[in-house]
Design a protein around this ligand. Structure first.
Ligand code: UT7
Length: 327
């Protein structure tokens, strides 16, 4: 079995900035409430006519450049998203075409905010078996088109972005993706979902009227579930790799709420200064959150060979997990 390694990272966020003050003009909220309860100061919004696959393309090109990989040399694209260009076909197919990745197979993966961690895990298994030599994993969301701008419980949280990672076989068996531990609890489908637009509530005037095609969330339940399950997933990863929080140089996490991250950090013994954060600037970008953060840390030159990186992510499903990477 060949261990997989991340050989390139890339990210992209649209230019348009939406501040908390902008949102306070739309709904009954304040900059103070949003910053204090979430850590978010601003988020980005895709331009009219900009699609999910366009954002994915920009992040992917950057990751491929770093990995010195041509699109036509990709064997696999896994794209984590819940906001694709269309319900069918896969957003990954649009991306493959825009990239010129003509030899790969490409599919979307639906694990919401955990999409890029799940995608990294899937792609690394293909590399481990030798079936794939070069894989592109993308986490991309254009959530500003899927949120209800009248709902202060959700509209202050989310933003648009894309992140990408190129995976290849590691020459050094001690470096690369050491482990991933993934979980899903389908009993929690109701606490975070987009109820309309599928087979349960097909598109109809009623679905639109009731706004069932928009993100619905029980924030408090998601919060409690996230702290509990992320803590146990990171502990599981530590046990599997026989490490503790002290051995971790970097935490790269999905960022939904700074308070969730802080609560988990405290429980697993990772100092706060080791967590890479961009929630303040981008908000919750769902599956894009983890790879954009990884790319920022990487391009800042902060990830040194043999550094240990802990990863964690959670999203609708609920689906969640952890990863350990030796850089
Ligand atoms: O990406 C994975 C999925 N998402 C998450 O992980 C999100 C997890 N949940 C959270 O991050 C937090 O639960 C929220 C940030 C969504 C909410 O924070 P909270 O501290 O759990 O607040 P709450 O829902 O308990 O609401 C407290 C109060 C309520 O008012 P009352 O009932 O106490 O009068 C809300 O109506 O805050 C009110 N509220 C707001 N006030 C101002 C809710 N949203 C807002 C808002 N501005 N935007």
């Amino acid at each position: 079995m060949q261990r997989a390694r991340i050989i390139g990272t890339g990210s992209y966020a649209p230019e348009k900035v939406v501040t908390n003050a902008d949102l306070a003009k739309l709904v009954d909220t304040t900059d103070e409430w949003i910053v204090e309860r979430t850590g978010i100061r601003e988020r980005r919004m895709a331009a009219p006519g900009e699609f999910t696959s366009d954002m994915a393309l920009k992040a992917a090109v950057r990751a491929l450049e770093m990995a010195k990989t041509r699109p036509e040399d990709l064997d696999l694209i896994v794209l984590g998203t819940i906001s694709p260009d269309m319900p069918m076909p896969a957003c990954a197919a649009f991306l493959a075409h825009k990239l010129g990745a003509t030899k790969c197979f490409a599919f979307d993966l639906s694990a919401a905010c955990a999409g890029s961690l799940f995608g990294m895990s899937v792609a690394s298994q293909y590399i481990a078996t030798g079936q794939v030599k070069r894989a592109l994993v993308v986490g991309v969301e254009l959530l500003t088109r899927l949120i209800d701008w009248d709902d202060r419980n959700t509209c202050v949280l989310f933003g648009d972005a894309a992140g990408a990672m190129v995976l290849g076989p590691s020459e050094d068996p001690n470096r690369g993706i050491l482990s991933t531990h993934l979980h899903t609890d389908g009993a929690q489908t109701g606490i975070l979902c987009i109820p309309g637009g599928g087979s349960m509530h097909p598109q109809s005037p009623e679905v639109l009227k009731e706004k069932l095609h928009k993100v619905a969330m029980n924030g408090r339940e998601v919060y409690k579930f996230a702290v509990k399950s992320l803590t146990s997933a990171v502990e599981e990863a530590f046990a599997a790799n026989q490490i503790t929080g002290k051995d971790v140089q970097h935490l790269i996490a999905h960022q939904a709420n700074i308070r969730i991250i802080d609560a988990v950090l405290e429980r697993v013994g990772i100092p706060r200064e080791r967590a890479w954060l961009n929630i303040e600037r981008y908000g919750n970008t769902s599956s894009a959150s983890l790879p954009t953060t990884l790319d920022e840390a990487n391009r800042a030159g902060k990830l040194k060979p043999n550094d240990t990186i802990a990863m964690m992510a959670i999203g609708a499903g609920m689906s969640w997990g952890s990863g350990v990477v030796r850089w």
